[in-house]
Design a protein around this ligand. Structure first.
Ligand SMILES: [Zn+2]
Ligand SMILES: [Zn+2]
Length: 332
């Protein structure tokens, strides 16, 4: 079968590998769609070849009855990629994110993937794979999880700094919630896309004082909730500075260090901050409910590729002129 593999120095290959042999308690999934995530970029750009780690937003169907599990051939599934020991308090509480033996399901950009049964979530039969991979992955999962933790009122104003896929996921959900959204994003393509997804105001931080623009748009007060989805030092600081007194903040940009000021950004403003790390199964079920109520997600997808065109898919994503880039592994 085909599988996308990182070859080092921003190159990928499509290798011919054996169909994975499911271990005890594992289920073989025939991949329907998988999406490229920003968190793959570090491995993609790394100078060394990287045998695993491609593809962790995955939907598909169970390929064969899996003995000792409830899953049967043909069941449609989405994958929550976080694995755990299955025994500790975190795992037994249904939240493997805090298991000391946490691991991940990888290699989703292929025709088949073997997944522990506990990591499968049911995908409704009428939900197309392209929409399912957004509802079951971290693009919307992180945003939904984060927005479930803050207190939001209708017509609150929220600033989203950074509009990679996770930032765009926030924008789409906030628009559906009826929350006024200000986006700060360097790339014109993604500013445009954010606007189409429901952002009311888009700001180019390269074109002037973004903080002043946010203050102007909020009557000088600042936003009710600031969200960093950039993971960059200036992005985190801008998002923190943009929050009003007694406002709330979400750290959603992964992967980098930033120097922030506890005094002016937290203490003096009595700011409440939340870190978010991935999502849990109940967030997926919450997103399915929103989908039934009219949440549209397909317009987050800007590019679709077959596995054979993986090189082009990664170039497109890395270039930044895209929303979600997905693979349709088995031809649909
Ligand atoms: Zn991801
Ligand atoms: Zn555990």
């Amino acid at each position: 079968m085909k599988r996308v593999v990182f070859a080092g120095n921003s190159r990928v290959t499509v290798d011919d590998v054996a169909v994975p042999e499911p271990g005890p308690g594992d289920v073989l999934v025939r991949v329907g769609a998988s999406a490229i995530c920003g968190s793959e970029m570090k491995s993609y750009h790394s100078p060394s070849a990287w045998p695993g780690n491609t593809g962790h937003e995955i939907v598909g169907e169970v390929a064969a009855d899996a003995a000792g599990t409830p899953w049967r051939a043909g069941d449609r599934v989405a994958v929550n990629i976080i694995t755990g020991c299955g025994e500790c308090m975190a795992c037994r509480g249904g939240d493997r994110r805090f298991c000391a033996q946490q691991g991940y399901v990888f290699n989703g950009h292929g025709e088949y993937v073997a997944v522990p049964a506990i990591n499968l979530m049911p995908l409704p039969d009428d939900l197309p794979y392209d929409e399912g991979v957004l509802l079951g992955g971290d693009t919307l999962g992180v945003a939904y999880h984060a927005l479930s933790r803050v207190q939001l009122r209708p017509r609150d104003t929220v600033a989203v700094v950074g509009c990679g896929p996770v930032g765009l996921g926030f924008v789409r959900l906030l628009a559906f919630y009826g929350v006024r959204t200000i986006v700060v994003e360097l790339g014109p393509y993604r500013r445009d896309l954010a606007q189409r997804l429901g952002a009311e105001i888009t700001i180019d931080p390269g074109a002037g004082d973004a903080l002043a623009a946010i203050r102007e748009a909020t009557g000088g007060r600042g936003v009710d909730v600031g969200i960093d989805a950039s993971g960059s030092d200036p992005g985190v600081n801008l998002a923190l500075d943009a929050v009003r007194d007694e406002g709330q903040f979400i750290f959603a940009g992964a992967g980098h260090k930033a120097t922030i000021n506890p005094w002016s950004q937290f203490l003096e403003k009595e700011l409440t901050a939340y870190g978010v790390w991935y999502f849990v199964d109940r967030d997926y079920f919450g997103l399915l409910d929103l989908y039934r109520q009219g949440l549209t997600v397909r317009d987050l997808i800007t590019h679709r590729f077959a596995l054979d065109d993986a090189e082009a898919a990664y170039l497109t994503f890395a270039h930044g002129e895209s929303g979600k880039v997905i693979f349709e592994a088995n031809g649909k």
